[in-house]
Design a protein around this ligand. Structure first.
Ligand SMILES: [Zn+2]
Length: 457
């Protein structure tokens, strides 16, 4: 056998690079992905620029969401700037000198904080995106795929049609412990506020199956219990349905990919919203990308006879998904809601500790925004998804514009606290952080492997 020297010499540097990469990547105890929302453009036609690509019907099921805006303020840009601020602060953990600086910041929040001892691996989910203020409408210009770096789900490459990884697949490939998604909403309460964005687990959605199969009196009972539960504020996409009816509809989407009619008893075969777990690359994926190319869309399954089978539903029924999404220290919402609320509480503390605002002016933390959101469901790590404020609200706009750096600092300290824990200083106010570290060890030792690792095929 003749060995090609050129190829051999080509391979050696690759192997060395691999060893160096591997040893640095594995030397971090914790990895956090900072995920500023959006970044792309809501362009027409959706057939070219949309998101949530369905490989069976061979089309995008949703327009790309470019995020909220108000006058010259854009959610995607503010979220990115704050994420960069968070990254710069957490990256201080990478050097001895930096750790001294980071320690000084921690002392503002915990007067007995110990100096950080190790580097945190901090990854941004995207680059800065398009400059929205100079952006001219690009509708109809199809020369390139503007949203390729930003869409959530996998999609076919513009020229080769090969499957390209969307944001959720790429985030999971980093095998993070925590993903912090930063967003701003458009319309909110008059005083301004912040809110966690969460999704419950299988057990909660299963109420919808019990409802459909229940007798009239069982139906009434499930409905009245829902109204007394923490899910009573379930996100209503519009006022045509009650919160409970939207919950039923979202449960249908979660289980079958189809909307239901208003009464929640049957699927609407014209409103297909996607078998989303198949639209990302991971080991829990089903077969729709590869094996159903001859069909136009999957046949609706009736929830009455839903049976969880396959890798994805095994995941949904697993202990780590319960820990992420059900019960936990907040009573509901698991570690996802705890992390999101904790970061919001750190923002309140940061504004107080830096004497930016008196307690009565601090933004309230709203009840969770419950829905069948894609990120908290399909991210294979703790998902802290937060709305930092509402752009239509003067108080929120002023707070975020004026104190952007304090928000970044508080989120960075909050992330540090979720990994290592802090003892919060003696500032007294409502809704301040508990400073309790996440119990990540239970995920990392689940079934003798690390639940956050080896998520790709
Ligand atoms: Zn958003």
């Amino acid at each position: 056998m003749k060995i090609n020297i050129k190829i051999l010499f080509g391979i050696i540097p690759l192997i060395l690079a691999g060893i160096i990469f591997y040893s640095t990547a594995s030397s971090y105890k914790y990895t956090v992905v900072l995920d500023p929302g959006h970044g792309g453009l809501s362009l027409n036609p959706v057939s070219l620029h949309g998101d949530k690509y369905d490989p069976v019907g061979k089309k995008y099921l949703s327009p790309y969401q470019q995020g909220a805006d108000y006058k010259n303020l854009y959610e995607s840009e503010i979220a990115y700037e704050i994420a960069v601020g968070v990254k710069n602060l957490l990256d201080l953990s990478r050097s001895r000198e930096g750790r001294l600086q980071l320690h000084k910041i921690l002392l503002k929040y915990d007067k007995n904080a110990e100096a950080p001892k190790e580097a945190i691996n901090v990854i941004m989910s995207r680059d800065d995106g398009y400059p929205m203020k100079d952006f001219e409408r690009l509708d109809g210009k199809t020369d390139r795929d503007y949203n390729a770096p930003y869409r959530l789900f996998d999609f076919p490459d513009f020229t080769t049609s090969k499957r390209s990884l969307g944001l959720i697949s790429r985030i999971n490939a980093h095998e993070p412990d925590l993903v912090v998604s930063l967003h701003l909403d458009s319309v909110g309460p008059t005083n301004g506020a912040m809110a966690p964005v969460v999704t419950p687990g299988y057990e909660t959605y299963k109420q919808a199956i019990d409802y459909i199969n229940g007798t009239d009196s069982e139906k009434r009972k499930i409905k009245s219990e829902f109204k007394k539960s923490p899910y009573l504020n379930w996100i209503q996409m519009d006022s045509s349905r009650s919160a409970f009816e939207w919950f039923l509809c979202d449960a249908w989407i979660y289980f079958t990919g189809y909307w239901s009619y208003k009464d929640g008893l049957n699927p609407d075969p014209f409103l297909f919203r996607g078998i989303r777990q198949d639209y990302i690359s991971w080991k829990y994926q089903g077969k729709s990308w590869d094996f159903r190319a001859d069909e136009t869309k999957p046949t609706p399954i009736h929830l009455k006879s839903f049976i969880p089978s396959g890798e994805f539903w095994k995941r949904e029924l697993s202990e780590p998904e319960k820990w992420r999404r059900e019960n936990g220290t907040e009573g509901v919402g698991g570690d996802n809601l705890y992390s999101a609320n904790e970061l919001l509480r750190f923002i309140r503390l940061g504004l107080l500790a830096n004497q930016a605002m008196p307690e009565q002016k601090l933004p309230d933390i709203r009840e969770p925004h419950w829905s069948t959101w894609s990120l908290p469901t399909y991210i294979n790590a703790i998902s802290a998804y937060i709305e930092l404020g509402f752009l239509n609200n003067k108080y929120d706009r002023e707070r975020i514009e004026k104190f952007k750096e304090i928000h970044a600092e508080a989120i960075a300290v909050g992330i540090y606290s979720l990994f290592y824990g802090l003892h919060i200083s003696d500032l007294k106010a409502k809704d301040l952080p508990t400073g309790k570290a996440l119990d990540l060890n239970k995920y990392k030792t689940y079934n003798d492997s690390d639940y956050f690792k080896s998520v790709m095929h």
